[in-house]
Design a protein around this ligand. Structure first.
Ligand code: FES
Length: 173
């Protein structure tokens, strides 16, 4: 005859409670460990994104670059897309008048979509959230952007346009 344990035996009940409590602690510990790993990953990701963003936008960069070598090929109201100061920084050169050229970063100052030149409306337009910028100085005119598009300082050299540096001070061309 086999000996059966009484399921209501207080010692057995205590043991079960002890086991359940221990299992729950292990589960909680495991859960906390996962949370810790996830939080660490998120924090590291945030730091990487921040560093990447700072690296990508080199504010005030001084990089000399020919962005148009035949101004006669650019009609008044026309645009030239280029990258400045790095290949990852879209920018736009506009010929607003016969002798007036301006250039800006084409990265919207709201959430970094690329702005478009709408020639007929003389508007730098961001399609992401209907942002608008004044082509004469890069200032936001409508929509969510609050900061102007960073201007790129230009110099006319014969029939070429040269980007000199990023800056807010517009030089006469
Ligand atoms: S990203 Fe340009 S308006 Fe939002």
């Amino acid at each position: 005859m086999t000996e059966r344990t009484n399921p209501s035996d207080p010692a057995l009940v205590d043991e079960r409670i002890q086991r359940l409590t221990t299992d729950a602690l292990v589960t909680r510990r495991g859960y906390l460990k996962i949370l810790g790993v996830l939080s660490g990953g998120l924090a590291a990701g945030n730091v990487a994104v921040a560093l990447g963003a700072f690296e990508r936008r080199t504010e005030g960069a001084e990089v000399e670059m020919v962005i148009a070598d035949d101004v006669d090929a650019i009609p008044v109201g026309g645009e030239v897309r280029f990258s400045y100061p790095t290949d990852n920084d879209p920018a736009v050169l506009l010929r607003l008048e016969d002798e007036l050229f301006v250039a800006y970063s084409a990265v919207c100052t709201h959430l970094a979509c690329e702005v478009l030149w709408v020639r007929d409306e003389r508007d730098l337009f961001c399609p992401c959230h209907d942002g608008h910028f004044d082509p004469s100085d890069g200032a936001p005119t409508a929509g969510p952007p609050k900061r102007p598009l960073p201007e790129i300082v230009l110099e006319r050299r014969g029939n070429s346009i040269v980007a000199l540096r990023e800056g807010r001070i517009r030089e006469e061309h």
